[in-house]
Ligand binder design. Structure first.
Ligand code: ADP
Ligand code: ZN
Length: 612
């Protein structure tokens, strides 16, 4: 190293413009392939570093890189972030007035743009196509490429039009990127985008700095509050809920308990939504309580936790949502509280969903995979990676299964007791009851409802006293999750399935997960052997970091930019630890590129001079 000739142009851009030392994972291969004019299909987890894979080729190749992205609301921020590192970027979408649009178009035609962001629907407009014909396009990047796939969960019809890019500009390389990556989705993307010749780059889907935890849901609000107060005080994070009503309720609850939280869901008017999103991005330490309408493309790097209070509908969805935590590589938590009611509710939603049987079957396959993840006694990460067709060599040491291993137990007899209770109620008496009544019968509780229906006369009455109420709920939940029990109708009536019959009459074994007595809150940093070495601040560095953070906050407010666009936490931590005393030394810190050094270098040194 050393002499400029041995450093590739791409590496030079990485270091000079973005201020990073080295490429991550397969970034370099991807970038070299696209710089050389090849098509690429890139599968990389959220936070893996997809943006550089098209931004650097766009800077190296002559012409403008055109980025197709469905995330109109975020284009301004993306463009602002690029401009702070000195990249000439612009966007065209429906939020602009014609004057602003004309300006961007002219910059493009004059060859003064490195990157141009476009909403997919703009490509339907012939005028946009002609504009692109008249300028020089260096590459097409298709972000969130899974939007073209119907198998996935964010299908957008406008994306189907993107197959035309290849016909109109056969010589311009195309790079499609997504974080959603089962084989089925990947094949569909390649096929629909006409990317048959593209090289596929599949990154490891592991996000070692994220700690995965799935806990039984008892008192969700309390559990959430405890998580935030004990492990994530003052941290930015996202709490996902299924419904608008629960979003509002949880946001209010957190605010009442002294946590700065904002709601986000499709029922809010667009101005409030945009304002809440902007605050979440710009301010430090806010909690966003949201439906899954929130988050696609949010590239805030310092989201420290993602909490789910309701069961996601698919592992893809779960992985994408949790992937929004810890993009900066620092330790982060993905926490999901999950209970019997979730399973019942999701099954009901699928039964009632519109669409044909094939559609419902697909939804059930997605849900079953999600339930299997929740109920596994194995390493969660191992199971997640296996879902994406990847494997890990040993257990991760950074998920709840690894940290507090649950026991597996032979639940065959318990299952048989429960199923035969359902059998007596349904088959013998034609009655419809949910889990609560079935469990009361097993526990031998003489409630009014039990007496009224004479359920104390059943032979199974009181035959389940070896398990507590919550344990029985766990049994029901797991039988539902494994398809060994079914649920029907609006009141969650339990019914027998094919699988139930095997357990009842064919001695099919049932393995169940026993929750560890108490899930101790695991220490993130020490447990995550494989997590990137997080910078632990010393007692001396801590106040310096805080001082740098408040400088960053003021600067961001003055410029109207999100704080992380100025510098990431990781960068400020490194500065607070290494205390560079010259611009040259400051320039060697990861995340400090040429442009930011010129813009903020003196101010940083002044802050350090004050406090050191
Ligand atoms: P994705 O789009 O895949 O979710 P991003 O492109 O937003 O991920 O990158 C995630 C974060 O990682 C960003 O903050 C980015 O600046 C940072 N990053 C990407 N590549 C590198 C690298 N080679 N070195 C250091 N940081 C990087
Ligand atoms: Zn694990």
């Amino acid at each position: 190293m050393g002499s400029l000739g041995t450093v590739s142009e791409a590496t030079e851009v990485l270091q000079r413009v973005f201020g990073y030392d080295a490429f991550r994972g397969n970034q370099q291969d991807i970038i070299e392939h696209v710089v050389g004019g090849g098509d690429a299909l890139v599968l990389m987890p959220t936070g893996g570093g997809k943006s550089l894979c098209y931004q650097i080729p766009a800077l190296v190749r002559p012409g403008t890189g055109v980025v197709i992205s469905p995330l109109i609301a975020l284009m301004q921020d993306q463009v602002d972030a690029l401009r702070t590192v000195g990249v000439r970027a612009g966007f065209l979408n429906s939020t602009q007035d014609s004057y602003a649009r004309r300006e961007v178009e002219e910059a493009f035609l004059d060859g003064e743009l490195d990157l141009l962001y476009l909403a997919p629907e703009r490509l339907r407009v012939e005028a946009t196509m002609r504009l692109l014909d008249r300028g020089k396009v260096s590459l097409f990047a298709i972000d969130e490429a899974h939007c073209v796939a119907q198998w996935g969960h964010d299908f957008r019809p406008d994306y189907l039009e993107l197959s035309a890019l290849h016909e109109r500009w056969p010589d311009v390389p195309r790079i499609a990127l997504t974080a959603t990556a089962t084989d089925a989705t990947r094949e569909e993307i390649a096929h629909r985008l006409n990317l048959t010749e593209a090289r596929h780059f599949v990154a490891s889907f592991d996000r070692p700095n994220i700690q995965y935890r799935i806990v039984p849901k008892n008192e969700p609000k309390r559990q959430l509050l405890k998580l935030l107060q004990t492990e994530h005080a003052g941290d930015a994070g996202i709490v996902y809920c299924l419904s608008r009503a629960s979003v509002e309720k949880i946001a209010d609850f957190l605010v009442e308990n002294g946590i700065e939280a904002l709601p986000y869901h499709a029922g809010l008017d667009s101005r409030t939504r945009a304002a809440n999103q902007a605050r979440f991005l710009r301010e430090d330490g806010l909690v966003m309580v949201a439906t899954i309408a929130f988050g696609m493309g949010i590239d805030k790097p310092d989201v420290r936790f993602v909490a789910h209070l309701d069961l996601p509908k698919s592992v893809e969805g779960y992985y994408q949502e949790t992937g929004r935590a810890g993009r900066d590589g620092l330790p982060s938590t993905a926490w999901l509280a999950y209970g019997l009611a979730d399973v019942v509710q999701q099954r009901q939603l699928i039964d009632k969903s519109e669409g044909d049987d094939a559609h419902r079957r697909r939804l059930n396959i997605h849900l079953d995979a999600m339930l299997a993840l929740c109920e596994t006694v194995e390493c969660r990460r191992g199971q997640l990676l296996a879902y994406f067709g990847q494997s890990q060599e040993e257990n991760c040491g950074n998920c709840d299964s690894c940290l507090t291993p649950p026991e597996a137990w032979d639940g065959t007899i318990a299952a048989q007791k429960l199923l035969s209770t359902v059998f007596r109620l349904r088959k013998e008496r034609g009655q419809k009851f949910g889990a609560g009544q079935v469990i009361d019968i097993l526990l031998g509780k003489t409630t009014d409802k039990v007496r009224q229906h004479r359920h104390d006369q059943l032979t199974v009455f009181g035959k389940g006293s070896e398990l507590r109420d919550t344990e029985w709920r766990g049994v029901v939940r797991q039988l539902l999750a494994q398809g060994l029990l079914g649920v029907e109708g609006d009141f969650g009536t339990l019914v027998l399935t094919e699988g139930s019959n095997q357990v009842l009459f064919e001695q099919r074994q049932v393995r169940l997960r026993r929750e560890p007595e108490r899930t101790r809150a695991p220490k993130a940093a020490k447990s995550s052997a494989k997590a990137k070495a997080a910078i632990e601040l010393t007692a001396e560095a801590e106040p310096i970091f805080e001082r740098l953070r408040s400088w960053r906050g003021e600067t961001a407010r003055e410029l109207g930019l999100p704080a992380y666009v100025i510098f990431h936490d990781a960068t400020l931590k490194q500065i607070a630890t290494e205390l560079p005393s010259s611009l040259e030394a400051l320039g060697t810190i990861s995340g400090v590129g040429e442009n930011k050094l010129a813009k903020y270098g003196d101010q940083i040194l002044a802050v350090l001079a004050e406090v050191v």
